[in-house]
Design a binder for this molecule. Structure first.
Ligand code: UDP
Length: 365
């Protein structure tokens, strides 16, 4: 069995690593990693391959930066050549980025069985590019692997055949479980200012929050208010950095704020683990904080990962303003403990479940 595993952007690398390793446990299964190049610099890509201990991609499509439309077109034509050369038994896509949908479309056109890992998540906000990628990828996938019950319900409501839907847990948590034993030692101490400190960890990169000057000014206002009382570590995504620079905003001048560039996976896990509260708009970080039991405030109007709110440590804060964030932090910290649980099947064994199911489907289609 030949499997093409698709990755393009930072969260994808964290998700494909456990899948790649799970496929390798079977001598007759041959996974190949296809990296589209959506994120290609070392801090957003190479470091993840090194830390997660997966080989360099078998195919690197090297697509240029550009609009989602341009990137989709480029990925599709480059990936079609890979599929023609390999004729795989499965194409496996993860998550919700441009590469996910572009490669899914190619597999569907070429009638290669397609599996979507992290299927069924819905924010119900179609202004998010990721939401369109999720809906469209799910509509053309042959096997759909869900992280939580709500995702299964969403797929059923979209009339997807129940036999193709599998509630298997979360591959991102598989990676986390692997590192859990030693993240305690590895990171926060490297930055002496924050070692041992009680800091808030912030990461923001969704277009709705960081593409317009107004959103970035709101973030600056929040940093000013929180920085007057808390130590803040703001790990800046390249998109946020680029846009802040374009609007002439320098967050590093705000009292109490330490700006860090994008961190390696292990370093970022360490930063999360030592944070008092994490403030984010990232999808994966909502899940990882739930697993780690760290309170998380999500500055978005909706989340496609509701289990992190109903079961985990996530607090969704729509229409954010600084005062609301402040009040939520106070509320969260006044509790003696978060009444939170780890969602079912987020146990570190999800990739193995997925591979077992795909293998079975291949042997007994
Ligand atoms: N992450 C990281 N370094 C950072 C910020 C995030 O390694 O500086 C990890 C984070 O732990 C998670 C993944 O990147 O595993 C989430 O990626 P991102 O927030 O870019 O994407 P999203 O999950 O929002 O799609």
């Amino acid at each position: 069995m030949k499997i093409l595993l698709i990755a393009g952007a930072r969260p994808n690398f964290v998700k494909i690593a456990p899948l790649y390793k799970a496929f390798l446990q079977y001598p007759d299964m041959h996974p190949r990693i296809v990296h589209t190049g959506q994120h290609s610099d070392y801090q957003m890509s190479g470091i993840f391959f090194r830390q997660l201990d997966i080989p360099q991609p078998h195919y690197f499509l090297g697509i240029a930066q550009g609009s989602p439309t341009m990137q989709t077109a480029e990925i599709m034509s480059a990936f079609e050549r890979v599929v023609n050369a390999e004729m795989p038994d499965w194409v496996v896509v993860v998550g919700d980025v441009t590469s996910t949908l572009a490669c899914a479309l190619v597999a569907a056109h070429m009638r290669i069985p397609l599996a979507h890992v992290e299927a069924g998540l819905r924010s119900r906000d179609r202004t998010m590019p990721e939401e369109m990628n999720r809906i469209l990828t799910d509509a053309i996938s042959d096997q759909l692997f869900a992280t939580e019950e709500a995702a299964v319900r969403n797929l059923l409501a979209e009339n997807i055949d129940p036999h193709r839907i599998h509630l298997v847990g979360n591959v991102m948590i598989d990676s986390l479980v692997r590192f859990c034993g030693w993240i305690g030692d590895c990171s926060a101490g490297k930055h002496s200012r924050i070692s041992g400190g009680r800091y808030l960890l912030i990461t923001m990169h969704r277009p709705a929050n960081v593409d317009q000057e107004e959103g970035l000014r709101k973030i600056a206002g929040m940093l000013e208010m929180l920085g007057s009382h808390w130590e803040i570590v703001f790990v800046m995504h390249p998109r946020t950095m680029r846009n802040a620079a374009a609007f002439g905003l320098d967050f590093s001048q705000i009292a109490g704020v330490t700006i860090l560039p994008p961190q390696g996976y292990v370093e970022f896990l360490g930063l999360m683990q030592h944070a008092v509260v994490v403030i984010t708009d990232s999808g994966g970080v909502q899940e990882e904080t739930t697993f780690l039991g760290i309170p998380c405030i999500t500055l978005r109007n909706s989340t496609e990962r509701p289990v992190t709110v109903t079961c985990g440590t996530n607090h969704l804060l729509p229409d954010f303003d600084a005062q609301k964030v402040w009040d939520t932090i106070e509320k969260v910290l006044s509790r003696t403990s978060e009444d939170a649980k780890i969602p079912p099947l987020w146990d570190g064994n999800t990739a193995q479940r997925i591979v077992r199911i795909l293998r079975e489907k291949c042997i007994n289609p």
